[in-house]
Design a protein around this ligand. Sequence first.
Ligand code: HDD
Length: 679
Amino acid sequence: MADELNDSRKNSKDEQLDSFRVDDKGKTLTTNQGLKVSEDEFSLKAGERGPTLMEDFHFREKITHFDHERIPERVVHARGFAVHGEFQLYKSMKKYTRAKFLQDTSKKTPVFVRFSTVNGARGSADTVRDARGFATKFYTEEGNYDLVANNIPVFFIQDAIKFPDVVHAFKPEPDNDIPQASTAHDTFWDFVANNQESAHMIMWIMSDRAIPRSFRMMEGFGVHTFRLVNDHGKAHFVKFHWKPALGTHSLVWDEAHKLAGIDPDFHRNDLWGAIEKGFFPEYELGVQILAEEDEFSLGFDILDATKLWPEEDIPVTIIGKMTLNRNVDNFFAETEQVAFHLGNVVPGIDFTNDPLLQGRLFSYLDTQLIRLGGPNFHEIPINRPVVPFHNNQREGYHRQTINLGKVSYHRNSLAGDTPAPVSEGEGGYASYQEKVEGRKIRARSESFADHFSQATLFWNSMSLPEKMHIIEAFSFELGKVKSESVKQQVVDMFANVSLELATAFAVNVGANPPKGDGSTITKSSPALSQENTPKTAKTRKVAVILTDGFNGPEVKYVLDSLMTEGLMPEIISENIGTVQGTNGVKLRAKHTFLTAKSVLFDAVYMVRGSVKNKKFNKDAAYFIDEAFSHYKPIGATGVGIKWLEINDFKGKPGVIVGTDIGEFVEAIAAHRFWERMLV
Ligand code: HDD
């Protein structure tokens, strides 16, 4: 609740939400009409064993409200998790944009960010292979600005008119509603092979990017080329990036699979838990800027949403930081009812003619009408701007504002011709006056024809383990496709990206090796590989396997040091509760092997104790074996070291023995030891 918020986190949005917050604790139960209720367990009946009476208004109100508790889930991005935060600029962008929140470095702009999977239903698992949504609402002093981004910088299609087609292809097949939340089926791959503009996006979807370790460890991309416009009306093209302070990291596929069963809420638990612990996720906002006169200088069309701007060609300038610092009070009221829309812009930010962007500008407003039940969803607390809104729109379902006076039209004399538009100089939004001419035509520009060069660029930029993961992902997904023809079409298509790639997965899925010469593109972009991401051990979860009789001072030293370094050690023991070490050291075990599986942790610290418990030993062996097979760092002291020797882990990459905390933390920061793949 807001009154518990420490002051540094309070902001204008939070203050606004305060007036809508209600605490029912300690209150008398009433009906929605404020009538105090004397009985809430028994309906009104004609006699104790008689029928319920129509007259029972309390029963009817309660049941009717319950019957109508659900709203339609989002047609895509149904499963999501949102949090509050703030954005602060490092350096003024005044040279490029009139947007005030991108000019004043002293201001903190409240934000609300919703992360999501694209494909699955509201109740599906977090760790499926999919793109992730990364939608940010900035509550600026000039109104709401929405940056509706994904964790992948390109898209499946080039024109929004194909969006229903791609979504129908990747959603569960209509006859049996299989598969849920993931994309391994015939219709999706049939779409891919017959709509080859998808090649680049598919490379990302088959890569580790599509199984992120955490929402806190994902990049975000605005995808489209937008425009920044400055005070003098001068425009620049821009691409928006979010860069996570913790770096960009992923799960491994086997882990992602298991997590979907063990903890379907893995990503929301991770984000919620980090914020509750005070580990506030941070992302820097970056921009790539291109002068208007350089529009045709990149060798591809900047209006084509299947293309990225290689960061080595056009560097990303970091301009500010977003800190996510507060969980929601109520999932439905905030996360479910938030409505994003690309058309929510502020002066100084404008669109381009990217046909995908143009179509999105229609879809986002339209979809809220059915989802939120009418045109007044902007009045829902989470959607309200922090500045007042005045216009002549009236009535409609769920209207809350009580507009005074008789006048609801423009122009008028009765209200002094107000509310009145203002000039650009006074903050009025005016669209960039791009000169446009052309014939009405349904066609794709020739400049959108190259579907493979950047897919190859992506492949060329991957490290060896990343390439192996991509081959595995294609082999898994296509391996589930029943149609031999579709499999072959996909193999032949991806030979255009890389002959090496297509040949490798063709063998695995029982298709014929591809024909052709493959790609001649040799360019790579190191920024695309997660090998080159920032690496830190901060906020990583370490499983500590411990029984009574452990070396008290030694273990206490290791755990205290890990916590000082910003890690989260959690003890697994025979029972939940106190574990007793030497020298009177007592620690609290949070888990047993029933509640904790290795996939829930980033690293293991193996200690054990003096207890001999066969079942515990067997579970510990499985636990550590699985962690090792997922390339995770493993540390050991005391009896734990012997155990590593038995399993022949000692001396292997990422296995740290002894109390050298620096070495262990460095290993945890490395995240995975892919060398184990090759030994
Ligand atoms: Fe979309 C939701 C991101 C293409 C139509 N989209 C939605 C969300 C994100 C994106 C993050 C979830 C918002 C939330 O959390 O509430 N979408 C993208 C990106 C795209 C993209 C990065 C390509 C660059 N989307 C796209 C197209 C269309 C849509 C081409 C339609 C023509 N998207 C929608 C939608 C959704 C949506 C149907 C569903 C729920 C919602 O809008 O509010 O309007």
